[in-house]
Design a protein around this ligand. Structure first.
Ligand code: SF4
Length: 315
């Protein structure tokens, strides 16, 4: 895409604009649970999950039996309220929690097809890890993406190995870079969105700029940003209580985001600038993560003050 032709929402290419360009109307994601686990939870790489992750195990699980009908039931029970509340016209099924490609390819096919059978569902967003995409799964995603919208939310989190180690991710940056290359070659129709976390004490000063440069070469369509949060029931909470480590102030985080955006190709959309703790009382640090709109507004104000624009500084 010619970067000059990319419409802007103020200072950056927003996810809502990107969805509007594809679907031509207000598009919402309906969260559905696949019932899969993760290699950092089932003992394959680790137990207890990645150090920052508080995803709640049992609440979103269901048995494998009757999976197709279960997925359809989840969509049918959630869609009407979202449609009414947001006046949305287009819907995507969002496999958000856990590793949603962590099964054999035929099981995955059944799961994805079940969601796509729902008449109002116009595509899928699938959250996964870069080390859980074997070739047959990539081929399945490409096959589906040639007939419908498929977005892969890839948990890269960081391109820096000290941070990946500190987050107990169980994979390194080489793994992410190789997977991005592979997806570019073998699944060009899949819309890949890179999920990144800013603010680990192990991050280098060049982290945000370098992350943008990697993504510019990677073929991803989008990026989704998340500040490092210390949440109850995680390994980070245990470490933080034992020996508190620094987390970013809102201004420090905003400056990382600005650096990232200013170095990001204008053809890459940004799905989210910062996250909100879903259970504010369980967020130990940074405190500003407990609020939804105030951090977002202050972040936007700082971007405006600093004249931040998602520009073409690609070298
Ligand atoms: S961050 Fe993702 S891969 Fe890690 S434990 Fe949580 S859901 Fe699983």
């Amino acid at each position: 895409m010619d970067p000059k032709s990319v419409p802007r929402d103020g200072t950056y290419y927003s996810y809502s604009r990107y969805l509007e360009q594809i679907f031509g109307g207000k598009t919402y994601k309906i969260v559905v649970a696949s019932g899969y686990t993760c290699p950092t939870r089932d003992g394959t790489l680790a137990q207890g999950g990645c150090a920052f992750c508080d995803v709640r195990g049992s609440s979103s699980f269901f048995g494998k039996k009757g999976r197709g009908s279960e997925i359809r039931a989840q969509i049918r029970s959630r869609l009407p309220a979202i449609q009414k509340r947001f006046n949305a016209t287009h819907f995507l099924a969002y496999f958000q929690s856990y590793t949603n490609t962590y099964s054999d390819v035929e099981d995955l096919r059944q799961l994805y097809e079940a969601a796509l059978e729902e008449p109002q569902i116009q595509g899928l967003c699938i959250g996964t890890r870069p080390d859980c995409l074997p070739d047959p799964v990539i081929a399945l995603l490409e096959e589906l993406a040639q007939r419908t919208y498929i977005s892969l939310e890839l948990g890269i989190q960081s391109f820096e190995n000290p941070t990946l180690l500190w987050l107990t991710r169980g994979h390194d940056s080489q793994c992410s870079m190789e997977m991005l290359k592979k997806l570019q070659l073998q699944a060009p129709s899949v819309h890949v969105c890179a999920h990144l976390i800013f603010g680990a004490p192990t991050d280098s000063p060049q982290m945000a700029k370098n992350a943008a440069s990697f993504l510019n070469q990677s073929g991803v369509r989008g990026a989704k940003l998340h500040q490092l949060m210390v949440l109850e029931n995680t390994e980070l909470a245990r470490r933080w209580r034992q020996d508190p480590f620094p987390t970013l102030s809102l201004e420090e985080y905003a400056d990382q985001v600005i650096e990232f955006i200013e170095n990001l190709s204008p053809s890459i959309y940004i799905e989210r600038l910062c996250a909100t703790a879903s259970h504010s009382d369980e967020c130990l640090a940074p405190e500003w993560s407990r609020n939804r709109w105030e951090p977002h507004n202050r972040l936007r104000d700082r971007m405006k003050q600093k004249g931040c624009i998602q520009s073409i500084q690609i070298v």
